[in-house]
Design a binder for this molecule. Sequence first.
Ligand SMILES: NC(=O)c1ccc[n+]([C@@H]2O[C@H](COP(=O)([O-])OP(=O)(O)OC[C@H]3O[C@@H](n4cnc5c(N)ncnc54)[C@H](OP(=O)(O)O)[C@@H]3O)[C@@H](O)[C@H]2O)c1
Length: 277
Amino acid sequence: MRSDKLILILGAKGMLGSELSIIFADLQPICWDIDDLDITNEEIVQKRIREISPSIIINASAYTDVDGAEHNQEQANRINGTAVGHLAKTAQTIGAKLIHYSTDYVFSGTNKSGYKENDDTNPVNAYGYSKLQGEQAIQNICREYYIIRTSWLYGKNGKNFVDTMLNIGNKQKEIQVVNDQFGKPTYTVDLALRTRRLIEDKLPYGVYHITNEGQVSWFEFAKKVFDLSDMSVSVLPVASDKFPRPAKRPNYSSLINTKIPLSRQWQVALNEYISKR
Ligand SMILES: NC(=O)c1ccc[n+]([C@@H]2O[C@H](COP(=O)([O-])OP(=O)(O)OC[C@H]3O[C@@H](n4cnc5c(N)ncnc54)[C@H](OP(=O)(O)O)[C@@H]3O)[C@@H](O)[C@H]2O)c1
């Protein structure tokens, strides 16, 4: 990639954004988070982004509290939907490519074999609905975009399932974890590297599914976290109706990637994350 192409990373202090900032560091991207630019303010978004005129905008900012979105729907829609529209308009006006992240939660989760890039969306919770609004805004406004759907993300600098399990495992010797929701755990490092490749390889614009490979339940995921960490914690499988939460989760939300080479298996990526912690 030529270094005269200015890259703007939004949400740069978040879990994925901080990893993107590292992976693109040699290209000296501009890295902003909410303190630098609140993406919900259309006027400021247009003004600030036009001033620096990037050729690539990577948006990793989002409202990511899945349960919180149920009672903060307006805020979730504003950040994940309307504000993404502001970014899309700005990108289109200045001729920048827009790279944006979405989620497996745009799907209903009834299809046991998972979801391909062009399958019908039908979110079952407010977060999924807000993220779908963002996808639609980009598709309606932009010509040069990548919408990257990912799932069950973990990495440094963010709240995630792996760290939660390890913290709980340090305090208790037994834990119940749901075994009837299935998905593909994904390491932020792998996603950030694939994002860079997508851009550098100049692949056709559109929707991509990028995850680590292998479908698991949260129960199997938790067991592997403790195995790889040499912690003897007893993980007990339970049905999700034993753990009522504000947001309904899709049962089967595995993203199927039919467009680009597959990423490595989830266990290999998880081992790397745990060994580097
Ligand atoms: N985490 C997952 O399991 C998962 C799964 C599938 C897809 N995704 C998608 O992947 C992307 C990255 O997720 P992540 O987990 O890395 O998110 P994250 O850690 O929550 O980071 C999001 C960042 O965006 C910032 N932000 C929030 N509102 C903003 C605003 N109005 N203007 C500018 N910045 C704002 C946040 O700041 P504050 O922290 O101060 O709010 C935070 O630094 C998101 O699009 C998410 O929907 C995540």
